[in-house]
Write a protein that binds this ligand. Structure first.
Ligand code: CDP
Ligand code: MG
Length: 731
């Protein structure tokens, strides 16, 4: 309350003080000579003419305008010089000198491991070299990426370098978005998409080369692609495995001692700074470090590693505020966020060259560690954390956790500062932490994730013996068993572990098996129309509701309108979607209701695709809007493992593997507290929260999941049997 009363002026004074303290702390921390951080400030003006080209990219045109050229003429000239310049840039990449040797190695060997530093040109150049050498006459060149943003942005870059339109000769394919055409010969895609393509084309007949890129990331899909050994059945298919790190021996051993082609990168020295004491708040420390670099260090862009969208948005806001607080005597600081759900039109911004005299700060997730290279980075700020999936095979619970990174990651992050010149890396942790607390390498995803969807995919590829599947690093046996049990409970597998008809249908959907089950079951309850809307809304990824700081009350009221009758979050999402549809997908309606237009458009795209898939598995679209119990039953039929029961103290206890959880404050049910709920997912922040919650009737559990629940699980007098002190412990 006190904070609210504070006037803006006081806020500013406070802000300045904190900044001064922080600058001091920073100075002490690397014991440099005392220097006035404001001494280097200078006035400057940025007057740039820019032209937006047909492909959406922006180029700078100051010289042409000075010459007084006609804008159209200038644009053509710019496009032509841009293309010529790009060809020069291509030739300047470290990999260029090894082009012929590389092509020869590919010619000679079926499987080849390629190792080269990040930013040396592996991802953008190798597919082009293969194209130039004629491989694409025999089939597509596919190149997998662990992340969707990387697939999109690299494809855009390569299209630009080849002077073609994105989606024509060069395209990308990520879940729910296919930007390719019949013309496409270079196809960038997420590793998960290649896995899905295998379901439809087990020998990948339309490909001449598959590049499994960023193999060092060891994502689940990459590991599964390895285990499937796609090259074995296709002697004419080339398989290239490319990695940024030196553990290439491991890949080589795994692929029957495949040859390793490694080439040196170009690395400049990077000065590494540690903090002298641990930071209590890495976010605050990161912001202070950025500002200090900005006012004190010579020009050069800054890259900050944060853990996710929320953190990045917060950092962006605070940075803007503090820069404003510093007045006009400061150089321009261009803030560029980059994370998985960033809309593609904003992604291009991080690659735009920084205008002269200004500085760019890129706020990125792990994506900038190896997948994306941003030129001009001279300073790296590394708080030492990333968001990682973690899975408890005993309880079957999966959570995203903010976890300390590995030494290997820290090295990669630091390396980003020394790509074009000498740089500096500021680690916001101590040297002691680094030496004693960080793991050498990141644990491969296969060992810390729920395997249900991969097991379902493997089963539908006809691979039954999962215990003996050739994993590079095997998952815990418990996790495999848990996945099989879940698929059995969902009715995707029978007692012998064979795929059922429902399982075959479920495998068609690029969704978590619980979501697919919910869709497949909706056929029985005649509400597939509603259920695919809900599934689409749950798959959007970003937030649906918009809550601007200065209009929070209005936004909350608007949101609660969709909750009238305490219908639960799933039904509320359905109401949002159908109301939007009724307005003929109106943007104005979204503004009025504090709904994110972009998320809704994405939901519509996803929904269209799910509708197409329904047809494929021969489920008719049927609507049952007046019988919302059918909709809720379909949800429970998919998500019954995610159920929880209210406790006396207002917290919840999960039914099957008892654990204390809470309804997320954003849920429409957070004040209602129904006795029994089903939830979409758990997120761990200050507490373990259930997100997207709907009320259910306990008898549905017996009806819909007889393999999973028994009478005693759903008896309503469970509170009496609670062990002594359990309630207290929960408080
Ligand atoms: O794959 P690798 O890390 O070896 O390098 P790359 O991703 O092929 O990047 C080679 C060069 O292309 C770098 O200098 C990047 O800055 C540039 N690039 C770009 O400007 N825009 C992109 N969207 C991707 C790469
Ligand atoms: Mg790469």
């Amino acid at each position: 309350d006190l904070a609210k009363k504070r006037t803006e002026d006081e806020d500013n004074v406070e802000e300045e003080k904190r900044f001064a303290v922080a600058v001091q702390r920073y100075k002490d921390l690397d014991s440099r000579e005392k220097m006035d951080p404001f001494a280097e400030w200078e006035d400057h003006q940025i007057g740039l003419a820019r032209v937006r080209k047909s492909d959406g990219s922006v180029c700078r045109l100051e010289s042409q305008y000075e010459d007084g050229m006609h804008p159209k003429e200038a644009q053509d000239a710019a496009e032509k010089t841009a293309l010529e310049e790009l060809q020069e840039v291509r030739k300047s990449l470290p990999i260029y000198g090894y082009r012929e040797q590389l092509l020869q190695a590919v010619e000679e060997h079926q499987v080849l491991v390629i190792v080269g530093d990040t930013g040396s040109g592996k991802t953008t150049q190798i597919p082009q070299y293969l194209h130039e050498a004629g491989y694409t006459k025999r089939g597509k060149v596919g190149c997998t990426q662990p992340r969707r943003v990387a697939a999109m942005s690299v494809a855009a870059r390569v299209a630009q370098e080849m002077g073609v339109k994105l989606g024509h000769e060069v395209g990308y394919s990520i879940r729910f978005e296919d930007c390719t055409s019949d013309k496409t010969v270079l196809k960038y895609m997420t590793d998960g998409m290649l896995l899905r393509e295998l379901l439809g084309e087990p020998d990948l007949a339309s490909y001449s080369v598959v590049i499994v890129d960023e193999a060092h990331e060891r994502t689940l899909s990459t590991d599964i692609l390895f285990g499937l050994d796609i090259a074995r059945f296709r002697p004419d298919l080339k398989l290239l495995i490319s990695s940024a790190t030196m553990d290439a021996e491991k890949f080589s051993d795994y692929f029957d001692t495949a040859p390793i082609f490694s080439f040196p990168g170009r690395r400049y020295p990077v000065e590494i700074n540690f903090t002298s004491a641990p930071e209590a708040d890495y976010m605050d420390a990161a912001i202070v470090t950025v500002l200090t670099i900005h006012v004190r260090e010579p020009l050069g862009d800054i890259l900050v590693f944060l853990t996710g969208q929320e953190e990045i948005e917060t950092a962006e806001e605070i940075l803007k505020q503090r820069i404003r607080g510093l007045g006009t005597k400061i150089r321009e600081l261009i803030i560029c966020p980059i994370y998985a759900n960033l809309p593609s039109e904003l992604q291009a911004k991080i690659f735009e060259p920084t205008p002269e005299g200004a500085r760019k700060v890129v706020l990125a997730t792990n994506i900038a560690e190896t997948s994306l290279t941003i030129d001009g980075i001279k300073y790296v700020v590394d708080p030492g954390f990333s968001k990682m999936k973690s899975y408890n095979p005993r309880t079957g619970m999966e959570s995203l956790l903010i976890t300390p990174i590995s030494k290997a990651s820290a090295t990669q992050r630091a390396g980003r500062a020394g790509r074009t010149s000498a740089g500096k890396c500021y680690r916001l942790y101590t040297a002691f932490n680094y030496n004693n607390d960080l793991e050498e390498n990141t644990v491969p995803e296969v060992q810390r994730t729920n395997l249900a969807s991969v097991v379902l995919a493997l089963k539908s590829l006809g691979i039954h013996d999962l215990i003996n599947f050739d994993f590079m690093d095997p998952p815990p046996a418990e996790a495999l068993v848990k996945a099989l049990e879940l698929l059995f409970a969902l009715g995707a597998l029978n007692k012998l572990g064979e795929l059922t008809k429902a399982g075959r249908r479920m495998a068609e959907f690029p969704l978590d098996p619980m979501l697919s089950k919910m869709i497949v079951v909706s056929d029985k309850y005649k509400c597939s129309d509603e259920i695919i809307s809900i599934a689409a809304m749950l798959s959007v990824g970003g937030s649906i509701f918009y809550r601007p700081k200065d209009k929070q009350v209005h936004a909350d009221n608007a949101r609660m309108n969709f909750h009238t009758g305490n219908v639960g979050d799933h039904i509320a999402l359905l109401k949002v979607y159908s109301s939007w549809k009724e307005t003929n997908y109106s943007t104005q309606w979204c503004y009025e209701n504090y709904i994110q237009v972009r998320s809704m458009k994405r939901a519509r795209d996803i929904r269209d695709q799910l509708e197409g898939l329904l047809e494929r598995v021969e489920i008719e679209i049927s609507s049952n809007m007046n019988e919302l119990d059918s909709v809720r039953k379909s949800i429970v039929a998919g998500f019954f493992p995610h159920t929880a029961k209210l406790q006396k103290n207002g917290s919840y206890r999960t039914v099957k593997h008892p654990q204390t959880v809470h309804i997320h404050p954003n849920s429409g049910l957070s004040q209602v507290l129904p006795r029994w709920v089903v939830y979409h997912e758990l997120v761990l922040t200050s507490k373990e929260y259930m997100r997207q919650v709907t009320e259910l009737k306990p008898e549905w559990l017996i009806e819909l999941a007889p393999h999973y629940y028994q009478r005693k699980d759903v008896e309503d007098d469970a509170s009496k049997k609670m062990p002594k002190g359990a309630g207290k412990a929960a408080i």
